[in-house]
Design a protein around this ligand. Sequence first.
Ligand SMILES: Nc1ncnc2c1ncn2[C@@H]1O[C@H](COP(=O)(O)OP(=O)(O)OP(=O)(O)O)[C@@H](O)[C@H]1O
Ligand SMILES: [Mg+2]
Length: 446
Amino acid sequence: MKKKDTILVVDDENGVRQSFNMVLKDDYHVLLAGTGQEAMDIFKKNSVDLILLDILLPDINGLELLEKLVETDPNTEIIMVTAVNEIQTAVQAIKLGAYEYIIKPFVVDDVLTVIRRALEKQSLVKEVTYLRNELERYHPFEKMVGKNKKMRKIFDLISTIAQSDGTVLIQGESGTGKELVARAIHNRSHRKNQPFVVVNCAAIPATLMESKIFGHNKGAFTGASSTRIGKLELADTGTVFFDDIDLLDVNMQAKLLRIIQEKEFERLGSSKVVEIDVRFVAASNKEIKNLILNGKFREDLYYRLNVFPIWLPPLRERRDDISLLLEHYLELNSTEAGKPPKTFAEKAIKTLIEYDWPGNVRELKNLVERLFTITKGPIIHLENSAAYNIGKKKIKDMPLKEAVGIFEKKYISDILDSVDGNRTKAAKKLGIHRNTLLTKTNDFGL
Ligand SMILES: Nc1ncnc2c1ncn2[C@@H]1O[C@H](COP(=O)(O)OP(=O)(O)OP(=O)(O)O)[C@@H](O)[C@H]1O
Ligand SMILES: [Mg+2]
């Protein structure tokens, strides 16, 4: 049975308190207070769901008490009790957070209805808050999914790190979510409404890197036909994300170190000092410490970046997140394509949980997208062509017959696709009899 809700009645007239008590005591747990002080004491010691609050109290103005109560626990519903000539005050009370007011002398049924509605609203608010928290647990940052212990620690870390301005170094295999984490840090920081600028060290040729980062004045070098501001200036007041920082050449590493320390630089071809206020975040899919040993990365820059290190574990070390991610991306695919939802067959989920995911979340995301698109019905099985890649990694461990079977199935399936499923044409292309093909397609469940 549900526990009774607790109602605190605050009124200086004993008669009023007793009549409320009479009306309420069957359905609620009732507490009574004659003064503001008494009310506050009871309120602090008990878990009160709703308060009936008289506006005229001997020791404190009802509105003032209301404010104190709301401040102490904003989740308690408060209903003001007022005489006709105090209605103005009651209206003011609602602005201050009271749920409703009732006028003395009151009609019992009206009072009960108002109380019931207030408590209903309160339980809805609680439910929404709870659901929102649940949702946050699984989608703590925009689109980041994870309930694995290591990931939950990382989510906590992101929140903490976001509060400061220290540099962050995110390391982890390709596809583990490094960029997502960098964005999450930015989006949770006080810089969230300012720019998030990516410097993609893998994509920018070394010869252009300097001008991309610092910008240049017209005529700074051959081909600089106009003045350009660089990534650092673009990122001013926001966050700059150096992706694949391990690929930044050693000269640029030295310059970057200086900028992180001094927060100022000059555009190429200009002597004017540009001061910036940016937060630096960097990512690498190689372990930077190893690069230091063979001279590919400056140790001083490493320590400067590594104020807050984040290590993202590969998916195979958090297999408990795999089914959550599969669900997440299935849902996303159906929403984005405006198509009915699909689910994975149980056997498929098992295979996918056991799979090693060398490409991590990115590989999973791409696979789900492919399977969602090619699967006609509502249930996704892996026994068709796209899943071939999943089995492939282990093919070296298979008996020849099984390996040949996998190849044969994929080959036949591709040929069938190329002739839009026409068995006669496919048999001809494959150089076998149509009946042989039919037996094989049956066996393979094609
Ligand atoms: N926890 C997660 N929940 C949902 N999606 C994720 C998660 N982690 C990564 N992804 C998705 O996987 C893809 C790869 O993530 P991201 O680009 O952040 O990886 P990365 O570590 O930067 O990889 P690379 O080193 O190859 O650049 C993205 O589409 C991203 O949205
Ligand atoms: Mg990346």
